[in-house]
Write a protein that binds this ligand. Structure first.
Ligand SMILES: [Zn+2]
Length: 123
């Protein structure tokens, strides 16, 4: 018997108890709070319409762009949360390999360990 609330996966909609779900930071397009630039305005500016050009200039200079992203916390099932972040893990793994392989070869060839290098850098 559990008292856990059920959470719904943001990706596949599966429902499961909270401990089995993952809280994931998701970048969501918060949409256009403003209308932004109409295609007609862009076209007008391209064809030398002064009013349109002013609108484009104002849009380009405005500090907050119309379409901005914000981070939202969502719940995902283990499958979707795992599927959502494989690239990050593999990038880290790749970096580790890239760093450790030459160091390993160096150690194998010269007997200088990475720790010696760190000590050497520290002075
Ligand atoms: Zn899911």
């Amino acid at each position: 018997m559990s008292n856990y609330a059920k959470k719904t996966c943001n990706i596949c909609g599966m429902r499961d108890e909270q401990p089995y779900m993952h809280r994931v930071q998701k970048q969501v397009n918060s949409g256009s709070s403003n209308t932004g630039l109409a295609k007609r305005t862009m076209l007008g500016a391209a064809f030398g319409n002064e009013k349109s050009q002013k609108a484009v200039g104002k849009w380009a200079l405005s500090p907050s762009k119309r379409n901005y992203k914000r981070t939202r916390e969502v719940w995902m099932c283990g499958k979707c949360a795992g599927a959502n972040t494989p690239s990050e893990g593999s990038v880290m793994f790749g970096l580790c390999v890239i760093v450790s392989v030459p160091l390993g070869i160096l150690y194998w060839l010269t007997g200088i360990s990475p720790f010696d290098i760190i000590e050497w850098f520290r002075g």
